[in-house]
Design a protein. Structure first.
Length: 291
């Protein structure tokens, strides 16, 4: 199993710290999820020889030079005939992510503590300042990362909804009864090669209509529900998409989703500037400067 960790330091922008995957395959899902928020993507398509998993939006206690919360992204790849220990490690990561979200809307919890323990601030500054150097340090980081992930205990305290595992396509809030367990069961089947398809925890999706076009074939979707949608939405079937899978036309250069675009820092800054400009205009008018 290949494992890649992405984060940033106080002064240096986001980058993969130990090694980078061959492609940014997760960009194809940008219409349905934002990697700055907690999310999980799992792809194990028919005709391919390996699965791919992305966990992202895992918050750190560290902040950048602008005071913004730093987050972690973990990209994993493995063969369908991968070691059972690797499958167990990915399932533990997924179950911990869901458990952390159940305790805290922003996902602070076990995974935050794990990655913060692996990524002290001083080391991240040093490694990200020299992206092509420190090979030994990067190998050491990968070794620590593998050991920490392997030591994770899975979190599972519920039983999947009866019969849900046999439904090819479904969507549910991550907190709906049985949904998390059904999702982990589907993820396990994908990692072991018993099934092909996709399983995602998405944070820009609130209902079945929003998930249209994500993928054809077997698909399990959990609604993250931190900013968009209801995390307790009951499980329901997902119809097959009428159009070929893939995102619609680009929304705008910033790529913002209409449901959350107004929450972005740029949108809030623009609104604040407009309010200040209006106030200034009013003051100048009252003072007789403007006629």
């Amino acid at each position: 199993m290949h494992i890649h960790l992405r984060t940033r330091s106080y002064a240096h922008d986001y980058a993969f710290v130990n090694s980078a995957p061959g492609s940014r395959w997760w960009d194809a899902f940008a219409h349905w999820t934002a990697t700055e928020r907690p999310c999980l993507l799992a792809v194990a398509e028919d005709g391919e020889e390996h699965w791919r998993v992305l966990l992202s939006g895992i918050p750190s206690v560290r902040t950048d030079s602008g005071g913004r919360r730093i987050y972690y992204t973990l990209a994993l790849e493995g063969a369908y005939a991968t070691d059972e220990q690797d499958v167990a490690a990915v399932l533990s990561l997924a179950s911990c992510l869901l458990a952390d979200l159940a305790e805290d809307q922003d996902g602070h919890g076990v995974l935050s503590e794990l990655f913060d323990g692996i990524c002290p601030a001083a080391e991240m500054d040093r490694l990200l300042a020299a992206p092509t150097g420190s090979a030994t340090d990067r190998e050491d980081l990968t070794t620590r990362l593998r050991a920490s992930v392997a030591s994770l205990e899975p979190v599972s305290d519920e039983v999947p909804t009866t019969g849900r595992g046999h439904v090819d396509r479904w969507i549910a809030g991550r907190a709906a009864p049985g949904a998390a367990a059904a999702f982990l069961a589907r993820l396990s089947a994908l990692l072991s090669g018993k099934e092909h398809g996709q399983a995602h925890l998405l944070n820009l999706v609130s209902d079945a209509e929003d998930a249209d076009g994500v993928s054809r074939g077997r698909l399990a979707v959990l609604v993250e529900g931190g900013k968009v949608g209801d995390p307790a939405m009951p499980i329901e079937d997902l119809p097959e998409p009428e159009a070929p899978p893939g995102p619609p036309a680009l929304l705008d250069p910033a790529g913002g989703h209409p449901k959350v675009r107004w929450r972005t820092p740029m949108a809030r800054a623009s609104l604040a500037a407009l309010v200040l400009l209006s106030l200034l205009t009013g003051i100048l008018w009252i003072s007789g400067v403007l006629f």
